[in-house]
Ligand binder design. Structure first.
Ligand code: FRU
Length: 445
């Protein structure tokens, strides 16, 4: 384990009041995982209508999605337009035979809308891919986050530069210099000017590919944020903690963590790796797309994880490779409440950390939830994964048809201290700025 107590100064003249205390990473324990249970509060409604296919005309699949946000984390509205970025793949690509193949051809695409919703003539319009095919780093681009600097009028695209599968070595990357051009009918996100690698797994705090026998070793999904107390530029991301893992079925091989890094220059092209803030060793190999929602002095840490990435001893048959038992938890969004960036005592929401689960009759319905603040609620969006699970396991075209590949209806989730509950299913993929001014009433809508 890493992360001995230490103080990270933010410049010679700043006092300790403006410094970030590095603590031991918080732990996702087996005891917490044993508490996981679907309840009325955490189970998403069954999707019984086909959601709007936002990239239908262009023929693209859509999955992990993030909004363009200002430096302070609020959603950017530029001349009345909102912009979202998604991982997209050309549905007709000859090498994509089953939906899982899309990861090797993932690109970042963008959508714009005046309403910030999927449906209707003013719903999300597909603008195209954001990076030139020869410009981005890696073989394909995986998830990230996007920050708009209002003064510089440029987008900072944080993304994962991933090499080709099966190993898919991942690095954290930044593309700079894109601008947003708005017109009465449309929006253009221009090509970025430069691409930079910001961080790579160091082998000490973050496991490198060579040392891992896990399932797709992670160093991905950079999520930028301005530290609300110190004003520093930070990011968190998905990593793995180095462990002794010579036996691939060992719980120690299920070693997901959530990493942190701090920018050391104003251009945000240089970053220093910090110890992880969170570890799931012996519980789950993947803690994907980690992000924070700042709400009432608390730091709410959210991440997503799959059934198949839970450690083998937690399955009902004691080994996931048997594929016969039940996993300890569903495909889900998990959350913890913390008092700061590092808080080794952060508390699992709802006792078990389970915040949004797919319904039992459609366990793979949606995935890749992202929580965004909205008054006393959070708005949680995700994408439609498999619409009809009965067809799961079928090869080729049938499996392709079962894959939804568009935004799922967003959910409103009420947060009250360490309790959450899903209060409303919005009609379609919606983002907080589309729901009007932030209101702090106590009603559900
Ligand atoms: C989550 C995820 C991310 C990754 C992307 C790859 O759905 O696994 O962690 O960046 O998908 O497609």
């Amino acid at each position: 384990a890493v992360g001995l107590a230490a103080t990270v100064g933010i410049g010679a003249t700043s006092g300790s009041a403006a410094a970030v205390e590095v603590e031991e990473p918080a732990q996702w324990t087996e005891e917490m995982a044993a508490e996981i249970e679907r309840t009325e509060e955490n189970t998403a409604p069954y999707l019984d209508e086909d959601p709007t296919q936002i990239a239908e005309e262009a023929g693209y699949w859509v999955w992990d999605t993030w909004p363009l946000r200002n430096r302070d984390g609020s959603i950017a509205v530029i001349d009345g337009w909102q912009i979202i970025f998604s991982l997209v793949a050309d549905k007709s690509h000859p090498a994509i035979e089953v939906p899982g193949d899309r990861h090797n051809y993932a690109r970042v695409g963008y959508f714009y809308s005046r309403t910030g919703k999927s449906e209707g003539p003013n719903g999300w319009q597909f603008g195209g891919e954001v990076f030139d095919e020869d410009a981005f780093l890696g073989n394909q681009t995986w998830a990230g986050s996007a920050m708009y600097d209002q003064d510089e009028e440029q987008i900072y695209h944080f993304y994962t530069a991933a090499d080709a599968l099966p190993e898919a070595r991942q690095r954290l990357a930044l593309a700079k210099g894109a601008t947003v051009e708005t017109g009465p009918q449309d929006v253009t996100v221009t090509e970025s000017e430069s691409h930079h690698i910001l961080a790579e797994a160091d082998g000490e705090m973050y496991e490198q590919l060579e040392d891992s026998s896990g399932i797709i070793t992670a160093f991905r999904d950079p999520w930028y944020f301005k530290h609300p107390e110190t004003g520093e530029d930070w990011m968190i991301f998905e990593g793995n903690t180095p462990t002794e893992n010579d036996n691939p079925n060992s719980p120690l091989n299920y070693n997901g963590n959530i990493g942190a890094a701090k920018a050391t220059n104003e251009d945000l092209t240089e970053w220093e790796l910090k110890p992880p803030i969170f570890e799931a060793v012996g519980v789950s190999q993947q803690t994907e797309r980690p992000h924070f929602v700042f709400h009432e002095d608390k730091w709410y840490l959210f991440f997503i994880t799959h059934e198949f990435t839970y450690a083998p001893q937690l399955w009902s048959d004691g080994g996931r490779f048997e594929k016969e038992g039940e996993p300890p938890g569903p495909e889900a969004l998990h959350g913890f409440a913390a008092d700061g960036l590092y808080d080794s005592e952060m508390e699992p929401l709802n006792g078990s950390s389970l915040v949004v689960a797919n319904p039992e009759k459609a366990p793979f319905q949606t995935y890749s939830w992202l929580a965004m603040p909205h008054g006393k609620d959070s708005i949680v969006e995700s994408f439609v994964n498999f619409q009809d699970v009965d067809t799961l396991g079928l090869p080729g075209d049938e499996l392709k048809e079962a894959f939804g590949g568009t935004l799922a209806p967003s959910l409103k989730v009420d947060i009250d201290g360490t309790d959450t509950s899903i209060t409303t299913e919005l009609k379609d993929g919606q983002f907080p700025a589309s729901i009007g001014a932030r209101s702090r009433g106590n009603g559900n809508n």
